[in-house]
Design a protein around this ligand. Sequence first.
Ligand code: ADP
Ligand code: ZN
Length: 612
Amino acid sequence: MAPTHTHMNRSPTDVLQEVYGYSEFRGNQADIIDHTRAGNDALVLMPTGGGKSLCYQIPALLMPGLGIVISPLIALMRDQVRALDQLGVRAAFLNSSLSRSDQDEVIARIQRGDLDLLYVAPERILQDDTLAALGRSAVCLIAIDEAHCVSSWGHDFRKDYLQLNRLKAAFPGIPRIALTATANTRTRADIVTRLELSNPTEFVDGFDRPNICYAVQPKTDARGQLLKFLDDHRQESGIVYCLSRKSVEATAEWLEIRGFDALPYHAGLDARTRTEHQERFLRDEAVVIVATIAFGMGIDKPDVRFVAHLDLPKSVEAYYQETGRAGRDGQPADAWMVYGLQDVVRLSRMVAESPADDAHKRVERSKLDALLGWCEVTTCRRRPLLAYFGESRDEDCGNCDNCLRPPVTWDGTEAAQKALSCVYRTGQRFGAGHVIDVLRGQARAKVFEFGHDQLSTFGIGKGFSDVRWRSIFRQLVVHGYLDVDHNRYGALRLTGSSRALLRGEMTLALREDADKPKARSVRTRATVKVEDEPLMEALRDERLEIAEEHGVPPYVVFHDAALLDMIRLRPSVLQEMLEVSGVGQSKLEKYGQAFLDVLNRFDRTEPEASSG
Ligand code: ADP
Ligand code: ZN
């Protein structure tokens, strides 16, 4: 029933257009495809959403024989194969989730030469029966996805990956292509040596995710701030990250009461609930998942419109990875975070109290400091973020909070001096809360108990609100003028840098915390014109209906980008549908008419009638 290999005499661009419905390759895709087709090994680094899959899928379609894809994410294989089905590509997967007879069926298809792509779990590929079955068919390439799993330096080491070097001998001369989104130089070197890649070319795409708008706000009332943020995201999918299971549960419940379809996800929930919530998130269009960092690895839902952090991640790498789950489809997406002094204290305590040795703790500490420093920058956020990964750029991005609304700074020298002297006068034994009470001259029991109402610094900070003092203390800690003493329950103490400031040998510019929390830029939001909203709605409905009928997530039918393109291009006959990004031959035949009917149901707005 399946067609025989139909793409072999085509060019990569033809396949891109006919199968995927895209008109141009991105970044290094075209070079990687040529390189692989020529029989060479490669190491591919591309950010999430960069388009890694095409780098091995297209060569596999162009070359005679079977392309093998090794992936650690068993849960994803089924979805990937279904998505390929939709494109008319002959694909299957082999892993422990299949019944015996289904596995036999796949093996039979391999032996008949009836497959273009086979997804296999790492432990499965090296089993004798699998190798035997594959040995009798022509394998044209081997793709090793999430290749960083081979490195113990990476964040997601898998023992089974260490065996994958055996593929070199098992499939001599077959090109192997290792792909990952996260790799520092050390991990990169590990991938090449441990997989025994032969003379591989490294293709490194930049880390930039231009469609993600980065924003960080000082935490004043986390949930209230979240709610304001989410108001711009009703009917959209997103992830809210919290540090603890308890706050995951509480936040999900709180959002649900406020009309969001919010579901909790953390390692303490039983496996069934977790799977159920993950499935809902993948399949429905507007689910907010509230999660600990246990959630995310292996989620390749393309239309995640926002990632919100209610608590700080541990490092810039972690932040980049977690926010990277937003906007894989290239459409505008938000990475939004709130953080406050409490987070700084809590995370640095976690580092201090961790069982790791001192050298390791220092590394952790400096990673946290890098993130904190980034939170406080007053310039473009994207530049330091990319610089952290070794990528420099000269221009501001225009798509982060600081670019969109440049923060105001003020001369905080005098305020800082007051804060530091009050820390000193109270004996460097108290947290920010108490020191602020003293500064503001608050009549609190604890203040009298320690006689702090008698200090020269009592009440010298009356002019500022509690919130403003918290902002000042947060910045003093982040910039290293105060230090958190974890042997004393998070008491603040002076540092080596405090002195110069106290003596008036330097000045200090502080960031004015914005009181109006507004993250999303007007510019990036302009996706559908108001007058097109009913049409977009109708196209979404059609998509949902088809998706349910076929038992796939809506984005497998079409991405939002495709629907938006339909509105932009307004095809009126089937052939014109092919112009739409994301419409290839197979989807044209399957769904073209249904979407065309929806488009034709809506009158074209006359140019004069639409508001300019
Ligand atoms: P990655 O695995 O690198 O995270 P994917 O391979 O899943 O990324 O691709 C991300 C999205 O971008 C997918 O929906 C894919 O169809 C789309 N895509 C990939 N290459 C192109 C291209 N050349 N033009 C348009 N869209 C593309
Ligand atoms: Zn910027």
